[in-house]
Design a binder for this molecule. Structure first.
Ligand SMILES: [Zn+2]
Ligand SMILES: [Zn+2]
Ligand SMILES: [Zn+2]
Length: 328
């Protein structure tokens, strides 16, 4: 048995298999080849090796000397900051220079840390670094969209780090979410995400955690096993306008969620992304509602998803919520 569920924001269909649902033990045997990789060579992100990286754009100092969080331009960027925004056709196709910023946030001086082992005060510093860099990068009128993302473990370096991208275009996933949000707004004159928050709080069964400022829940049409979203309960289109109090709350929420993942699924690999409104006055969307999406890289059926464009999720989100809530 399976259910087809439509994700209300992008209106994408997801197959949820409710018969014989999979639990944590089904995923424990899945270990990607890089997960147990031995470290060899010198880590450019470790203290003492700062000379191996470009000059930092931002850093926070430690009480005992040195730095606690450091932001540097990526040596191997997806986007480059130099150059002109030049959109042109190439036959039937459109081509554009990949102008943008791609910075790396080194999340801690210690090489072997992660969001489940980190103090929440350290996670708060990481969030602070994101916000400060975004406020600075927003002043460049070429940039339309921010994306914060993190792969764990890092693909090329296990030292805890994440990426801040400022892009010259709005990516498809964000664009789809905006279209869904605007369509809903035009019909109901209400924010789709705000309604979704109210609905989930009243239904309870997909709520992993609720705090003063945030709701952590398994989305109704979760595309991936244990997919989780973190969303501010008060309407706000932009992550980088977050206030200090909410930032502290968010650091506690992130720590709590990743401790649960780590205990339940033995330190699983994951990807995390922040979805926030496009920037610059002509693209900014006050109707949008920023949030964090987390996807565990377990139990993937990439071929089928790739071939059909829809997802098969063998762990119903209500089960995922129950498992995550069971860990305190
Ligand atoms: Zn390191
Ligand atoms: Zn809202
Ligand atoms: Zn999103």
């Amino acid at each position: 048995m399976a259910e087809l569920r439509r994700e209300p924001i992008t209106r994408m269909w997801v197959v949820i298999t409710t018969d014989n649902p999979k639990g944590p033990s089904d995923y424990l045997s899945y270990k990607p080849p890089y997960q147990r990789l031995d470290e060899t060579g010198t880590c450019p992100f470790c203290p003492g090796n700062e000379g191996m990286t470009p000059k930092e754009t931002f850093s926070l100092s430690c009480n005992g000397g040195g730095w606690s969080v450091r932001v540097i331009p990526n040596k191997f960027p997806f986007f480059r900051i130099e150059g002109e925004f030049d959109r042109r056709p190439a036959g039937m196709y459109d081509v554009m220079e990949a102008i943008g910023a791609h910075e790396i946030v080194v999340e801690a001086p210690e090489h072997h840390q992660n969001l489940a082992t980190q103090e929440h005060s350290q996670i708060e510093k990481i969030l602070f670094a994101y916000r400060e860099r975004m406020i600075d990068l927003e002043r460049d009128p070429r940039f339309q969209q921010f994306l914060i993302m993190k792969n764990y473990p890092g693909v090329f370096n296990r030292h805890p780090h994440s990426h801040i991208l400022a892009m010259p275009v709005i990516p498809r996933r964000i664009d789809e979410e905006i279209l869904g949000t605007l369509d809903y707004y035009q019909r109901k004159e209400r924010c789709l995400f705000c309604d979704l928050i109210k609905e989930e709080i009243s239904m309870k069964k997909r709520v992993v955690l609720e705090t003063a400022h945030f709701l952590v829940f398994s989305p109704f049409a979760s595309r991936f096993p244990f997919e989780t979203w973190i969303i501010p309960k008060i309407h706000s289109p932009d992550f980088h306008h977050i206030q200090e109090e909410a930032m502290e709350d968010l650091s506690v929420v992130i720590q709590s969620l990743f401790i649960r993942y780590s205990k339940l699924l033995d330190d699983p690999p994951y990807s995390l992304t922040f979805h926030t409104s496009p920037i610059q006055s002509q693209f900014h969307r006050p109707e949008y509602h920023w949030h964090i999406e987390i996807r565990l890289r377990i139990g993937l059926r990439e071929g089928f998803e790739w071939g059909t464009g829809f997802f098969v999720n063998p762990t119903p989100p209500e089960d995922a919520t129950a498992y995550l809530r069971g860990i305190e």
